[in-house]
Design a protein around this ligand. Sequence first.
Ligand SMILES: Nc1ncnc2c1ncn2[C@@H]1O[C@H](COP(=O)(O)OP(=O)(O)O)[C@@H](O)[C@H]1O
Ligand SMILES: O=C(CO)[C@@H](O)[C@H](O)COP(=O)(O)O
Length: 542
Amino acid sequence: MLSSSLPPLEQLYLGLDLSTQQLKCLAITGSLSMVHEEIVTFDSDLPHYGTKKGVHMDSALNEVTAPVAMWIEALDLALSRMKKAGFEFGRVRGVSGAGQQHGSVFWSEEAEGALGGLDPGKGLMEQLAGEENGLGGVFTWERSPNWQDHSTQAQCDAFERHVGGEEILAGITGSKAHHRFTGPQILRFYQRFPGRYERTSRISLVSSFLCSLLLGRIAPIDIGDVCGMNLWDMRSNTWSQELLDLSAPDLGSRLGGVEMQPGKHLGPVSGYFVKRFGFSEECIITSFTGDNPSTILALPLRPLDAIISLGTSTTLLMATPTYFPSPSYHLFNHPTDKGLYMFMLCYCNGASAREKIRDEIISASTSSSDPWKGFNEKALSTPPLGKRLKTDDAKLGIYFPIPEIVPNVRAGTWRYRISPTGNLKKVESFDSGADARAIIESQALSMRLRANPLLSTSTPAQPQRVYLVGGASKNPAITKVLRQVLGGKEGVYRLDDFVAERWEEGGRIVKVGEGYEEGVWERYGDVLGAFKEVERRIGSEE
Ligand SMILES: Nc1ncnc2c1ncn2[C@@H]1O[C@H](COP(=O)(O)OP(=O)(O)O)[C@@H](O)[C@H]1O
Ligand SMILES: O=C(CO)[C@@H](O)[C@H](O)COP(=O)(O)O
């Protein structure tokens, strides 16, 4: 928690982020200086939900969900802590926010009445959440499917079969069918719980759910986040009626309208927050969007600039004016700029995969106050591809402790050696330095391979600038290997503070190094074909 004294009457703006592991709440001034930060970490602050890294996993069903009550309690807790710390809610002029993408929340017909009639004498939990699992009549399911869920293969197949294949679905919705996308998830919900679906009157995304709590009525889904559902026709910017019909009866009315106007003022904050926390009646709630669309708004991206978010998921984001859909990546509507699209790659095996390898190769006895020290030393003392001499084999390792999205394969670890003549050989183990380096290299090689269609409009096929954000962006070994593999003509930068002073770069972004290292980038280019072949072999093992 960080608080500082404010000049009198300075107006404030609040930003909320409901991500996988935490609810973050930042208060900034009109000149974008941060004055307060409140973080509720689900596992440690709300341990009674029993989540691990914010979710419950049922490996037998490949199911990953989060308790909706936990999110409601997190909002209660964050705002209560701020009030206790003396935060002046009355100065807040506007609130917006972001949510982890794809997750859905199922409201009953009691929801609108409950949201609009909250008693300021009581907490949110006791009014919106019933006894059983914390939820009563307001929700028809106490859980929300998480983006790491892999339980919807049959439903994804149905989506692609229905339109004539993954290419066609990607053409319509900007993405092929993905397990985590809301359309296939709703189809599974309807098939498993037809009675609950029948009692569902509205369905929100995580972003519009959080917005609804503050607005005191169910908020529309936003134009960027809607593209993570496999239900939105990107060509006409309308719901795809054939995909709605495939998913569940009368789905359109349950999803409601989509907010087409970016950053729209949806209305004043609900009276509940005025009376309970002291918000001004004039405080405006604007559209909330997905966490990735909102990340792209943190920077004035130019063509071929890329943002890589190294959080629970790894995502690579770029802005592009061309709608060129492919099953290999996602295209979303840009959340604020009509006519621009957000290119995205999203990997499940980001932070947790790196942590797992770190814990496997670094014994407890060598642990220091920095849990990454040993891992970093090993990664940095190993040459690119674990290859010291020209006559050595190159080493490629793929580490997916949980099933992966890109490519869509089961959990597992695969290690291959590539001989100087290009022959691939599967092996059981590498030395620990090669493992440390290979996990970062393979995550970066996968991004390079898939971003190539967009990047190859320039020579060499590298991003202009690479901006790194999220938990691992402060790790020097991870950032070094990433820039060696991906390049970056104008260098690689880390955002020290998302909230820049009206985008004055000085002091807010830190150059972590040149992107392009002559000779090294080319060496990684030489193994891209072998990397693709390894992925093909892994896929055909299924
Ligand atoms: N110094 C570090 N080196 C590598 N990884 C780190 C470091 N610090 C934090 N992380 C990783 O960052 C992850 C959390 O990232 P964050 O962006 O806060 O997550 P979220 O996806 O919830 O927004 C943790 O799971 C951890 O593995
Ligand atoms: O599924 C995706 C994007 O498609 C994820 O990026 C989620 O949006 C959650 O992200 P984090 O919790 O890692 O920020």
